[in-house]
Write a protein that binds this ligand. Structure first.
Ligand SMILES: O=C(O)C(=O)C[C@]1(C(=O)O)C=C[C@@H](O)C=C1
Length: 464
């Protein structure tokens, strides 16, 4: 019996992807007294090594509280908000009281005067105070900063860099370059800048924090079924589904150059990929250990980076190219028409239309009563609205309902959240009426998004 082990991102996975960006998780503190607090979102510009970190940093060199938002797309500062918290003037560090402030100002004033005198004496500009408290000081002759170089007021665009005209849409995905999610991002937004993230949660946060404009998320596969975690995340976050793509998934068995099948003692990949290739691997005589990692391309990267001659990865042919691996076997998915469905997420919903086929995704919890699920679903059936998917997940807040019966004891009913996709646009009256009716039977109802269906003509993966 083969087993699939779960390995956390701190284990096998060695990606340079976006890391968790929950503020305060990786504070960098100095032993010096906290003089200013810097909150930095730093995004490296190397797409294969993109890391976003929230750094709370006590910065004794600056006398202010700064929030620096560094734009991930080009690495240039997008915003810097400065507010006095405590101060450091001319080497005098103040704790923030009025008396400290005044004495520090006095010291500063005397320094200005003495430096002005030095400058005047020397007749040069060499003795100018260049910066006070992070701000450029006016020159000694008091010719103030020219009007055209006055600092510009921050605008909402500085704080939330959306793609400007002509710039690329930034799309967050889970995994490293070569992952199928990256390919899905490219299919959904052909000219986008794909941003690798080490977890799904991080991809959501990247959009919520305006580091990315969209996230692309796998929700189901034709062989492996639903990706449950992502259903839960859709509910926990407030992003909107704005589109879907269905990607043919063509798996390859990858190993270091020169490695033969007989040398292998394990195969590593994303759990979905291992599941999608299970029968083929067995048919190939590869009865070796399977190990799960965070994404397919991450598995390929791991084999290459650690020079593992006894390990193969299941990943895309692009991953083979990127990480210098050879393809031992091509098209090893158990079904040639292996497809993964991804949804695209954004901060704002799109306006639903009726000029092309639309799908709408909802989630609801139903109230007590008889045949409630039947009643809810019939609201669609009576209006000729086809359901394309139904999924249930445990109700997080109320997973169990106790039903007491004096004679026979207590029944424990499991409570669910139901996710339904149906083929209609929210711009259609029949869809609005159906939802109005659904609302009557439900204790909770949310529209996750109404979006164009992926209608690309069917093209099985190459080599099929
Ligand atoms: O690991 C990857 O390459 C992914 O993009 C993730 C993922 C998934 O979660 O299902 C996407 C497509 C394939 O089904 C296999 C893995």
């Amino acid at each position: 019996m083969q087993s699939i082990h779960s390995t956390s991102s701190s284990g096998l996975m060695n990606s340079g992807a976006l890391k968790s960006i929950i503020p305060g998780t990786s504070p960098t503190t100095t032993t010096q007294p906290p003089l200013s607090l810097t909150f930095n979102h730093r995004v490296s510009s190397n797409p294969a090594r993109l890391v976003v970190r929230s750094v709370y940093q006590f910065d004794s060199a600056s006398a202010s509280t700064k929030v620096n938002n560094v734009n991930g797309a080009n690495g240039s500062p997008a915003a810097a908000v400065t507010a006095p918290a405590s101060f450091n003037i001319g080497g005098v560090v103040g704790g923030g009281s009025r008396a400290d402030w005044q004495s520090a100002c006095a010291i500063l004033a005397s320094k200005v005067v003495s430096q002005q005198q030095d400058t005047e004496k020397s007749g040069g500009a060499g003795g100018q105070i260049t910066a006070v408290n992070g701000h450029k000081a006016a020159s000694a002759s008091l010719d103030l900063v020219p009007i055209d170089s006055l600092p510009k007021a921050l605008t909402i665009a500085d704080l939330s860099p959306a793609p400007m005209h002509g710039s690329k849409l930034r799309v967050a995905y889970q995994g490293v370059p070569g992952a199928f999610s990256e390919a899905a991002a490219g299919k959904a937004y052909p000219k986008c800048e794909a941003i690798p993230c080490d977890q799904f949660e991080v991809a959501f946060q990247a959009v919520e924090l305006w580091i990315a404009d969209r996230a692309v998320l796998p929700v189901e596969n034709s062989l492996g079924g639903s990706i449950h975690r992502n259903y839960d995340l859709l509910l926990r976050h407030r992003l909107h589904i704005v589109g879907e793509v269905q990607l043919p998934v063509h798996h390859c068995l990858l190993a270091l150059p020169g490695v033969r099948k007989e040398y292998l003692s394990r195969v590593i990949s994303h759990p979905q990929a291992l599941a999608q290739c299970e029968h083929t691997l067995t048919k190939m005589g590869l009865n070796v250990a399977r190990e799960a990692v965070d994404d397919t391309a991450g598995a390929a990267e791991f084999v290459a980076a650690n020079n593992l001659r006894d390990t193969a990865a299941i990943a895309s042919s692009r991953a083979a190219e990127l990480y210098g691996l050879q393809i031992l076997a091509d098209g090893i998915q158990d079904d040639s028409s292996n497809v993964t469905r991804f949804v695209m997420l954004a901060r704002e919903p799109i306006i639903p239309r009726t000029d092309r086929p639309f799908k709408t995704s909802i989630v609801f919890a139903h109230d007590k009563g008889t045949s409630v699920l039947f009643k809810v679903l019939s609201a669609f059936a009576f209006r000729n609205i086809s359901l394309t998917k139904i999924e249930s997940r445990p109700h997080r807040n109320r997973p169990i309902r106790l039903v007491d019966d004096a004679n026979v004891g207590t029944a424990k009913h499991f409570e669910y959240m139901f996710y339904v996709d149906f083929e209609a646009s929210m711009a259609e009256v029949r869809a609005q009426n159906a939802l109005a009716e659904v609302q009557e039977f439900t204790s909770f109802l949310r529209v996750l998004g109404s979006y164009p269906m992926d209608m690309t003509p069917w093209s099985p993966s190459p080599g099929e």
